[in-house]
Ligand binder design. Structure first.
Ligand SMILES: [Zn+2]
Length: 156
């Protein structure tokens, strides 16, 4: 393990402890004497996505982000917010431990995340994602949000 302070290539392991997330090692750099901790954890693979028509495809973080970016256009949401949202969705589907997950599971998760982040983006995404079949649900959701907030929205 390279020293993150000076880049020296061989650091000394002072202790090794199990941690809920993996194996934690306390290390010291013999060159600059800095101490730091590393966490060793298994890298989980991302499951395949089962599309509505039954075909399978690789999970694409870029595709997920592209959809979310459209929903968030001109909203006060930073690129960082979007990256973190994608991280959480990716972690979520990895943590299912499954080799394949339905695309609906990912869409539902994105909706839940956007709901926390920004009501306008959330509704935009929900309209595209739920489609015409569930316009009633979208309307009910908009009404609920309007009741929740006292301030008028949507004026540009
Ligand atoms: Zn060092």
């Amino acid at each position: 393990m390279k020293c993150p302070y000076c880049g020296f290539r061989r650091t000394k392991v002072l202790s090794t402890d199990p941690d809920a997330r993996g194996i934690r090692r306390r290390r010291e750099c013999p060159q600059c004497q800095q101490r730091f901790t590393t966490l060793e954890r298994a890298v989980l693979t991302t499951p395949l996505v089962i599309k509505r028509d039954g075909r399978r495809e690789e999970f694409s973080r870029e595709k997920l982000l592209a959809g979310v970016r459209i929903a968030c256009a001109r909203r006060p949401i930073s690129a960082d917010d979007l990256e973190r949202l994608a991280d959480r969705v990716e972690d979520y589907i990895r943590q299912t431990g499954k080799t394949e997950v339905p695309s609906k599971m990912i869409g539902d998760r994105v909706i839940a995340e956007l709901r926390e982040l920004d009501p306008v983006s959330y509704i935009r995404y929900a309209i595209v994602y739920l489609g015409l079949e569930d316009l009633e649900a979208v309307r009910a959701e908009i009404n609920r949000l309007l009741e929740e907030s006292q301030t008028p929205t949507g004026r540009k």
